[in-house]
Design a protein. Structure first.
Length: 291
């Protein structure tokens, strides 16, 4: 039985006309966030140790589902209290959409190709849902409850499709997933290099027990090692730039401490797996560090 193609990818093939628009918008978003690093790290979820956007999407989805149920209850029972509660839930959903959209835009800024188009389809559907929900709120204020309920019902349908596509991005296309989640490395000290072959300013990539390792020297001259694949999107850290004892990923600018693997600046939110390193008889050996 042939594997069914994801909804998001089918939509992406029809959205090639968006590419020129995205090419112009992405640099503007990147530049705006580059000027405010604390805000960028907050939107990415760097300070939380997990992407922020998925968590924020639960609030509008839950509020819209609540409004839908309460609208149905009002229609069935004629309860004014159910109607008022539905209006309040929908208002919460509209307001909660704004921070979710802001964090989603932050995540979108580094996407390219098919994943960018799928993310844009996700965003456009959510914008359509937001417009319909705002129209529903206006209709409720004016007393046109039947049309307002139809509008919010259509908005829920659009947002549900958007949520499904958001799941495809994470689980089907590995967007914002920890690229080092399965990284292991040797449990015992393993010889990797002669000490004299590691220059003081080098960023050296080695393959050790099937894992890519970044080997360097700290400012004290001691060897340090972390996973060489950036946890954000798989960028090659050995091609990045050094900033003292830190390394900056060449793809999207994530910055990591090379002694600890901790994230200094996003968009990465997950730390790099770290290795213990030692020198014996002029040879450098490493083993994975325990959490």
């Amino acid at each position: 039985m042939p594997q069914q193609e994801m909804v998001g990818r089918r939509l992406a093939r029809r959205l090639t006309w968006l590419d020129p628009v995205e090419d112009k918008l992405q640099p503007l978003v990147r530049d705006a966030l580059r000027k405010t690093m604390p805000l960028r790290n907050l939107l990415d979820g760097t300070c939380l140790g997990a992407p922020l956007h998925p968590a924020l999407t639960d609030v509008p989805v839950g509020a819209m589902a609540t409004a839908l149920i309460l609208d149905a209850a009002e229609s069935l029972t004629g309860s004014q209290r159910c109607g008022e509660a539905a209006d309040g839930a929908l208002a919460v959903g509209v307001l909660a959409t704004l921070p979710a959209a802001l964090t989603g835009t932050s995540d979108w800024r580094d996407l390219m190709g098919e994943t960018r188009r799928v993310a844009s389809a996700h965003a456009l559907l959510n914008v359509g849902g937001l417009v319909l929900n705002i129209a529903s709120l206006v209709g409720r204020v004016r007393g046109s409850r039947r049309c307002a309920k139809a509008s919010s019902g259509a908005a829920f349908a659009l947002s549900s499709i958007a949520a499904h596509i958001g799941g495809e991005l994470s689980y089907g296309m590995s967007v914002r997933v920890n690229q080092d989640a399965t990284h292991t490395g040797p449990a015992e000290f393993t010889d990797v290099l002669a000490e004299e072959d590691l220059a003081s300013d080098a960023l050296m990539r080695l393959e050790v027990d099937g894992e890519s390792v970044l080997l360097a020297r700290s400012r004290t001259g001691a060897p340090v090692a972390i996973a060489a694949v950036c946890s954000h999107a798989g960028g090659p850290l050995e091609e990045g730039e050094r900033d003292g004892d830190r390394v900056v990923c060449p793809w999207h600018g994530s910055c990591f401490e090379m002694e600890t693997g901790e994230v200094v600046n996003g968009p990465a939110v997950f730390p790099q797996p770290r290795y213990e390193a030692r020198v014996r008889a002029g040879r450098i050996s490493i083993r994975r560090a325990e959490p």
